[in-house]
Design a protein around this ligand. Structure first.
Ligand code: UD1
Ligand code: UDP
Length: 369
């Protein structure tokens, strides 16, 4: 029997971070696999940062990103361009990740070509069609289009069963984000460019990019931050701003050049890990950051009303606070003022993985041909 040809398709920063350790593991097992990597480049600069860090050289780069792109053109570009790649490569299996438009359209492309696909980070759900938008429906589609389902937790396995996915195709593997985090923290200790590390100030790290927070919610987040630095002279806010113009516009309008608020460029992943470690509290609407921060013992306040990642909330290291200005302020203030509350949330436990997810996925892939 020849080698299994695995075509991995991804396009955004979080997909790249979470697929990188898996690609490395597939490449280590070169006796069993031929690895082909295709990036759609739904993201450009912030994808390239990850490819460089993990030294991944794509075989195909579809270079589709446009400024302020829309979901329609993104979907059709991914679908049409991955068709050509799949037809050329003729893989035995396609791998996609998570819930982006790249993931969903690439899984559809594989399905149209009748090539089995594996979904890494399968089974996450809020069960609310528009939160997060369009990711919830992207997940449901991707799960139903794929054959193999690599689910991070018990909860995500249960969600897949509820979605009528055959049990024999569900594998609980942990989340590859923990493989990426542990590898990076161990092997790439980097200072954060342009940021004073030795400060007496407590660092509050902020990230925000979700579509459902565009407009008023993101302005509320900014106003909360302004009031927090005004009230607490011992804190600073560090915000690596996502390049999406719907984020950059209001954020720079409201927070640029304010005392103890540092707006910085999106950080290369190793630097972002350093910044998470240096932070006292993390405020975010990111999925990946909710999964990583508990490993580092950092309390996370989630700037959303729902989450598909309830596990860390159950463990007590993550809280949902939404985007109401006053709710954000009071949740942060409790953590700043009450040591017991802070300690309760700053537990270093991680329900999402143990750093071995990629190895587990590769063992499954060895059996698929
Ligand atoms: C996308 C995903 C979202 C994921 C997020 C991770 C979809 C619909 N959305 O959202 O699920 O959580 O990535 O970050 O798949 N841009 C740049 N340079 C870059 C990246 C983005 O300039 O390197 C700008 C471009 O103007 C681009 C815009 O950001 O058009 C939006 O990018 P897009 O991928 O459509 O949306 P995100 O909000 O990044
Ligand atoms: N991240 C990064 N640099 C940054 C901000 C985030 O490397 O400046 C990493 C973060 O550690 C996590 C991933 O990017 O692994 C999350 O990406 P994002 O929040 O854009 O997407 P989501 O996880 O919400 O889909």
């Amino acid at each position: 029997m020849g080698k299994t040809k695995v075509l991995t398709i991804f396009g955004t920063r979080p997909e790249a971070i979470k697929m990188a350790p898996l690609i490395k593991e597939i490449q280590k097992n070169s006796g069993d696999f031929e690895s082909i990597v295709c990036v759609t480049a739904q993201h450009r600069e912030i994808l390239d940062q990850v490819l460089e860090l993990f030294d991944i050289k794509p075989d195909f780069d579809l270079n589709i990103m446009k400024n302020n792109q829309n979901l329609w053109s993104l979907t059709s570009d991914v679908l049409l361009k991955t068709k050509e790649v799949i037809e050329k490569v003729q893989p035995d299996v396609v791998l996609v990740h998570g819930d982006t438009t790249t993931s969903m359209a690439a899984a559809l492309s594989a399905f149209y070509a009748k090539i089995p696909a594996g979904h890494v980070e399968a089974g996450l759900r809020t069960f609310d069609k528009y939160y997060p938008f369009p990711e919830e429906i992207n997940r449901v589609f991707t799960d139903s289009l794929c054959t193999y389902h690599f689910a991070p937790t018990d909860k995500s396995c249960e969600n897949l069963i509820k979605s009528q996915i055959p049990k024999e195709h569900i594998y609980k593997t942990g989340n590859t984000v923990i493989d990426a985090l542990l590898y990076t923290v161990e092997n790439h200790k980097e200072e954060v460019d342009g940021l004073e590390p030795d400060t007496n100030l407590k660092t509050i790290l902020l990230t925000s990019h979700r579509r459902e927070n565009f407009g008023e919610p993101i302005r509320e987040i900014c106003k909360a931050v302004l009031e927090l630095v005004e009230r607490n002279k011992n804190i600073r806010i560090v915000y690596p701003v996502h390049p999406n113009p719907n984020v950059r516009g209001p954020v720079y309008e409201l927070l640029d050049k304010k005392e103890r608020i540092h707006l910085i460029k999106p950080l290369e992943y190793a630097q972002f890990c350093t910044l998470m470690k240096q932070s006292h509290i993390i405020l975010t609407d990111s999925g990946g950051v909710q999964e990583e921060a508990p490993s580092l013992g950092k309390p996370v306040l989630v700037l959303r009303d729902t989450t598909e990642r309830p596990e860390a909330i159950e463990y007590g290291t993550v809280k949902l606070v939404g985007t109401d200005k006053n709710k954000i302020i009071s949740a942060v203030q409790v953590l700043l003022d009450d040591d017991d509350e802070y300690k309760k949330m700053a537990e270093s436990v991680n329900p999402y993985g143990d750093g071995l997810a990629s190895k587990r996925i590769v063992e499954v892939l060895k059996k698929v041909k």
